[in-house]
Design a protein. Structure first.
Length: 141
């Protein structure tokens, strides 16, 4: 999770939304990313999507051996990618700022682990307080 937090802070330094993600297979990070909607003018570059893109093409069986870490509960779009690739475990930093379709993920067999980290909550709380319009233009509202 520390590497996902590092990615979130990198995004914040770039002027973006501080959400980070890493994809881990067999204990090794094989993909990393952060929310780059603002930086790239993108509608889809949430942290998890950026992370999966940066991991490159993998075989279905490889995704099924992965764990994806995200500093914030994945939204519907990112959850859809997680379900599509059958990533079995999602570790989230927090879900107080935003809670994605966690019940649906669990019903589909995904193991969700919420670390409920103060560091992740504070990062998002501070960002939303400083830039509420930026947060609310996407999924925040």
């Amino acid at each position: 999770m520390q590497e996902a937090i590092h990615e979130a802070r990198k995004g914040l330094r770039e002027g973006g939304i501080p959400i980070g993600s890493v994809l881990v297979k067999d204990g090794k990070i094989i993909g990393r990313g952060h929310n780059r909607r603002i930086q790239k003018g993108s509608a889809i570059l949430h942290a998890e999507m950026d992370c999966l893109e940066n991991a490159g093409r993998l075989k279905a069986k490889d995704y099924q051996k992965c764990v994806i870490y995200s500093t914030l509960s994945p939204c519907d779009m990112c959850t859809g990618a997680i379900l599509l690739y059958k990533i079995p475990v999602v570790v989230i930093g927090e879900n107080k700022t935003f809670k994605g379709p966690e019940v649906h993920s669990k019903k589909r067999g995904v193991k969700l682990i919420n670390l409920n980290l103060l560091e992740c909550k504070k990062m998002m709380k501070d960002f939303i307080a400083a830039k509420p319009k930026l947060w609310n233009e996407d999924i925040g509202e």
